[in-house]
Design a protein around this ligand. Structure first.
Ligand code: SAM
Length: 282
């Protein structure tokens, strides 16, 4: 659930994020559009010739206009094609609105977006054009709150909960703990599914193994899957699908049309893991 644990973060003037002390990704900044510290984190948006607008939080790439579809389609659609009748959804984090945009492609009844930092919402409304129409959609409720507190206090129940958190440092730290997942489970309807991002299969193998060990104590089905995300460390990203009965490979419907990456063949293949990850998880 981390991009970059203990190493130097982005030298943002050059748009440089280190993934190890000696390697990483850089973006040439065409225009710096926004740079401010909110009470929660440092927020930066710049324009890159190739990737378009790029959002960084505390120096780590969160999303880019050009490649956002990989991560957001793969966070959202696997659960939505596997659930028998998804109606009420929760997105924890996700203030850039990419996950919300994908959820709203389905004929669901209600989606609640719980984001801790209103400044991320305001910045994303301005620089990521999909967010504003999604917030105006009558099915959306925006709640500005700490996801952990929200989960502890809400009496709402959800069919699918998507954890679109940032790294396990700063405000997101609590969203990566076992006790948060225990509470999430209490907020699920029957047949409920949780999906969360868990990090790079290449750089964060050890932490993915630990996540599996603790989530196995809470959920009957703990299935990992992988997607390319060109601007994330290692270029591919790992997600976990959690349920007490719904099997991810038993799909119930086609995905909506107009997606860039996800289809049912991708869905099936995403759950086939490479040997190094399989062996670690066994
Ligand atoms: N896909 C992304 C990634 O890992 O790069 C995550 C994107 S999204 C921008 C993450 C959001 O989670 C941020 O906007 C951040 O403010 C929000 N967030 C962090 N901690 C939170 C918390 N405790 N409750 C709710 N939202 C939180």
């Amino acid at each position: 659930m981390t991009k970059n644990k203990s190493i130097k973060r982005t030298d943002s003037p050059e748009g440089r994020e280190y993934h190890t002390p000696s390697a990483g990704i850089f973006f040439k900044i065409k225009n710096l559009l926004y740079r401010q510290n909110s009470p929660y984190q440092k927020i930066e948006v710049f324009k890159n010739e190739y990737f378009g607008n790029v959002l960084l939080l505390d120096g780590l790439v969160q999303t880019t206009e050009r490649d956002e579809f990989f991560y957001h389609e793969m966070l959202v659609h696997p659960a939505l094609v596997a659930h028998p009748a998804p109606q009420d959804l929760l997105v924890v984090g996700g203030g850039d609105g990419g996950a919300l945009k994908e959820v709203l492609r389905f004929p669901i009844k209600y989606v609640c977006l719980v984001e801790i930092d209103p400044q991320v919402i305001e910045v994303s409304k301005k620089y990521f054009p999909w967010l504003l129409p999604c917030l105006k959609d009558q099915r959306t409720e925006l709640v500005i709150a700490d996801g952990r507190k929200f989960i502890e206090e809400t009496d709402k129940r959800f069919d699918i909960i998507l954890v679109d958190s940032s790294d396990p440092v700063g405000p997101s730290a609590s969203l990566h703990q076992k006790r948060f997942y225990k509470k999430l489970k209490n907020c699920l309807n029957r047949n409920g599914i949780v999906v969360a991002q868990v990090g790079s299969p290449f750089f964060h193998l050890e932490s993915i193994k630990q996540i599996r060990t603790s989530l196995k104590e809470l959920f009957k089905i703990v299935s990992f899957y992988i997607s390319p995300v060109p601007t994330y460390p290692g270029g591919s990203w790992c997600f976990v699908f959690l349920s007490d009965g719904i099997h991810p490979l038993h799909t119930r419907r086609d995905p909506p049309s107009g997606l860039n990456y996800f289809n049912l063949d991708i869905h099936r293949s995403a759950f086939s893991l490479p040997n190094f990850l399989k062996e670690k998880l066994e």
